[in-house]
Design a protein around this ligand. Structure first.
Ligand code: HEC
Length: 131
């Protein structure tokens, strides 16, 4: 029991420590570009799915998949497996949308939406990335 608590304490402090200094200044600027592209494409993709606008669906699905692919590679260099996973999940779900049925599209959009918060909780809100 004591052992377990000690391990947990070490784990938590390791987490707190790892939230700092992940980004170099130029990396952060690049990352923000990908993130803005992905977030913009996410909104546009949702609207395109609602409107059943095939051309816009394809365009924004590609844009989003590329941005999340870049983010996945970025997180891989930081050895943040959970962040890689979130980015890859978003990438693969985005890629699936153009050829998916309407039900599958809704599911894929929900899956993408889940990754935003999943990744932001450990890697955005609680961090000092913006300093
Ligand atoms: C793999 C991790 C990850 C995923 C998945 C992710 N984000 Fe982010 N996002 C981040 C990080 C880290 C930042 C903070 C970057 C910084 O400090 O500027 C961020 C920042 C942002 C910003 C602010 C960008 C800026 O600097 O102006 C927006 C908007 C955003 N995310 C939207 C989204 C949306 C929408 C989704 C889901 C479709 C999403 N994010 C999914 C990691 C992620």
């Amino acid at each position: 029991m004591l052992m377990t608590m000690r391990k947990a304490a070490i784990f938590i402090s390791a987490l707190a420590f790892s939230a700092f200094g992940l980004f170099a200044q130029d990396e952060l600027a690049t990352y923000q570009t990908w993130m803005k592209t992905a977030a913009g494409a996410n909104g546009a993709l949702r609207a395109a799915v609602t409107a059943k606008d095939t051309a816009a669906i394809t365009e924004n699905s590609t844009k989003m998949a590329e941005a999340f692919d870049s983010m996945a590679k970025f997180w891989a260099t930081k050895h943040k497996d959970d962040a890689v996973k979130f980015a890859e999940t978003a990438r693969d779900a985005a890629k699936s949308v153009p050829t998916a049925s309407p039900e599958e599209q809704t599911a894929a959009l929900a899956k993408i939406g889940g990754t935003c918060r999943g990744c932001h909780t450990p890697y955005r809100d609680g961090s000092k990335f913006k300093e």
